[in-house]
Ligand binder design. Structure first.
Ligand code: GLC
Length: 377
């Protein structure tokens, strides 16, 4: 095992909770379970050939409600205010569980019989209970995107420039503005409803992964339908990226050029759009940096290489873009992303995110999903 892979294993080992079957992202800064973090841990475990990936995927699906809804957090210890449920969040997060299941399967791990039906119910919930009249999937809180303080939300938050405290205040208010269903899952909001390009792409991608794993063509059809809606409704020709839909609240910030706007590369069939986006990922004025990928274009006024969700590079986003680059046969880009991600993991001390110009670690150090550096060949 290389030194890098050994270090990745050490990061996950150090936060692994054998009785709970998962890793908190960072035991001090993030001492609970987060949905998409556990899915990325699963992918890293699989790359390390470690069965704990199967356990961790199962544990994040354990918070599922009978309706199919999967919470974005399960609390270890005291309740956190993420809606009315006492032991878990009322919000959800990107459904990476289907891709994680596929990765485990491809790595030769047998999935427990309940895993794919649980994923089917989870995706059915998003399709049934979380779509706009246009057929896009919507979110009711920035937390659900996983990209908490993204400049894409600034017009909802009511900010011309970034201020973390204002984000925190509005985040809390949005919990009050949320409409919950009878089970306590978030269903609508009086002030924040968005149909993000990234989340929709990740849902369409999840449908495709489940189609692959189950041979059920219904999921393939839904994947194609949602991908077509993303291209039809969210493409922004001026930036050459996909933008978010503002359903309730929000407005001008939906098109701020962030990496979210590149994720439909995972599902689009439009080669012309794809090539415009792929080129930007290698453009030093935009996403390509010495330790890329930047989350925000370098030449955009909102770019801040050190601030939370305002410019730094993120291991889990690099991984998703790497998957997309391979889908498009862009080995040049995939190799760059792999190189940046490996170098930055080491330089940043396996940080939650890093400054893309210098590789300096930011956020929690170490963070579980930094172990994704083990995935790259
Ligand atoms: C932050 C991130 C979110 C992540 C969580 C735990 O809230 O914005 O994406 O899931 O931390 O790592």
């Amino acid at each position: 095992m290389t030194a890098l892979r050994a270090a990745c294993r050490t990061v996950l080992d150090a936060s692994w909770r054998p009785t709970d079957g998962f890793c908190p992202p960072n035991p001090t800064v993030y001492p609970h379970q987060w949905l998409w973090d556990s899915c990325f841990h699963t992918i890293a475990w699989a790359a390390l050939g470690d069965r704990r990936g199967v356990t961790e995927l199962g544990s994040c699906l354990r918070g599922q409600l009978p309706s199919g809804f999967v919470p974005h957090m399960r609390y270890l210890g005291p309740t956190v205010d993420r809606g009315p449920l006492p032991d878990r969040s009322s919000y959800t997060q990107p459904p990476i569980y289907a891709h994680a299941a596929r990765v485990l399967h491809e790595a030769g791990f047998a999935l427990p019989v309940e895993t794919l039906p649980a994923i089917g119910r989870a995706l059915e919930w998003l399709w049934r209970d979380r779509r706009t009249d246009d057929g896009l999937v919507y979110l009711v809180h920035p937390w659900e995107s996983g990209a908490d303080d993204s400049p894409r939300w600034d017009s909802w938050i009511g900010l011309d420039s970034y201020d973390r405290d204002s984000y925190r205040d509005v985040d809390r208010r949005l919990v009050t503005d949320t409409v919950y269903d009878d089970d306590g899952a978030a269903r609508w909001s009086h002030s924040f409803v968005a149909a993000p390009a990234a989340f929709n792409a990740l849902v369409a991608h999840a449908f495709g992964e489940l189609a692959h794993l189950t041979d059920d063509s219904m999921w393939a059809d839904r994947s194609a339908e949602l991908a077509a809606s993303i291209d039809r409704l969210l493409w922004h020709d001026e930036s050459g990226l996909w933008q978010d839909g503002a359903i309730v609240g929000g407005g001008s910030s939906v098109a701020v050029p962030t990496l979210d706007g590149a994720l439909p590369l995972l599902v689009t069939d439009d080669a012309e759009k794809a090539s415009r986006v792929l080129d930007q990922l290698l453009d030093p004025a935009r996403f390509a940096a010495p330790y890329g990928l930047r989350y925000v274009w370098a030449d955009h006024p909102r770019y801040d290489p050190d601030a939370y969700w305002r410019g730094p590079a993120w291991p889990q986003l690099n991984y998703l873009v790497w998957v997309a680059a391979r889908r498009w046969g862009r080995d040049d880009l995939a190799a760059e992303i792999a190189g940046w991600s490996r170098a930055a993991a080491v330089r940043s001390g396996f940080a939650e995110f890093w400054n893309p110009e210098t590789g300096a670690g930011r956020g929690a150090i170490p963070q579980g999903w930094a172990a994704l550096a083990a995935v790259y060949p």
